[in-house]
Design a protein around this ligand. Sequence first.
Ligand code: NAD
Length: 296
Amino acid sequence: SETNHTKPTNKPNQIHVVGIIGAGTMGSGIAQVAATAGCQVNIFDTNQAALDKAKTALEKILARLVVKQRIDATEKNNIQNRINYVTQLKDLADSNVIIEAIVENLEVKKSVFTELESYVSESCIIATNTSSLSVASIAASLQQPKRCVGIHFFNPAPLMKLVEVIPAIQTSYETLELTIDTISSWNKTVAVAKDTPGFIVNRVARPFYGEALRIYEEGIADFFTIDSAMKTIGGFKMGPFELMDFIGNDVNYTVTETVFNAFYFDPRYKPSFTQKRFSEAGYLGRKSGIGFYEYD
Ligand code: NAD
């Protein structure tokens, strides 16, 4: 009620304190987005090295933005000072919203969520950045699953304008509304989608990779020709093979396999042996120096 001031109440634009779990690729990018929007951010990781790396990487990214005159030195300091790198989950206790971006493993996410809920206020939104697990299954680990929602950023989070917001069947209308308001206020464009494998973007993208791999496997054209054709036609910044190398063949294969399994083995999403072998061989793409192409 209005007279109860003992707990913070979330209302639109009252998200000031943001918790992030996982300081890897996605968590560190999401922390930057929230801090740039003026939020106080506490970012937690079980691995101190990941926290150190995130802090150093942010320093570099912001320094580059200063050189490019996209932000000034004061803004750089403000953004950095808004982010605390914390080593315990309970350090996220005073958050209005928490976004989890840890390893893509249901059991690990569930146990983190169960512990987390014992620390936070009644009104705290607990969100997951999962790409392939159902939000419903993660929400089920909470006493109050209505506070759970999917907030799916794309990599790199500071540059990608789109964020998919995924209400699970348990998610309350209030949680959904406040999430949409918050993410919009972070200068992102929200697309709401139901809790289904791949949501929108990762599902629409499956045949882009899958058919390209099949065309290659059937000997119709080599991957360089396929990439060139797709870029020359216009609208595609990268061809499918360049994009798989960019994402990582291991990651891309796993997402396809997960979507395939989740759709009860619908052949539309059948994963590729070629990509599986590339992944097994360590031909992961840019990050390993070799994939469909070679990198230095
Ligand atoms: P990542 O491996 O770069 O980072 C994960 C971090 O989580 C690591 O620093 C690790 O130390 C930490 N961690 C692991 N278990 C933890 C725990 N129990 N408590 C606290 N920290 C823990 O992974 P990522 O690529 O940033 O992906 C994170 C999530 O975001 C996954 O669910 C993934 O599906 C999703 N996602 C990834 C992408 C992408 O392109 N990488 C895009 C959208 C969504």
